[in-house]
Design a binder for this molecule. Sequence first.
Ligand SMILES: [Zn+2]
Length: 121
Amino acid sequence: MATRATCDNCGREMAINATGRPRRWCSDACRSKANRRATAPVETDSESAIRVVLGSADTTRQLLKELASRIASGDCAGREYNGVIAAAMGVYRAIVDGAATANSVNIGGSAKPPPEDRRRR
Ligand SMILES: [Zn+2]
């Protein structure tokens, strides 16, 4: 019979107890980590894809440009896309409600800040 086993969490070798249930973890910390991992919600493929796309301003811009292009060309005309159009309108409203101002972006598409008011000088 083996006298040593490895921790299910970190892989560290540990002594086997002579009696009782075999140990699975080398420490309370490893037992806690293993339990947290086992009870963590499983991330779906779409959640993972969303995190990747929204994790980068460049891929987010590409996604929105592609969506705008598809909507404009009628590719999203089917009923199954009603939720997509509603979500896109939510994005539009959020932009109009303030994010565009915060980022100094003109709604027309230019990234340049608005010209300064020269009358104040
Ligand atoms: Zn361990």
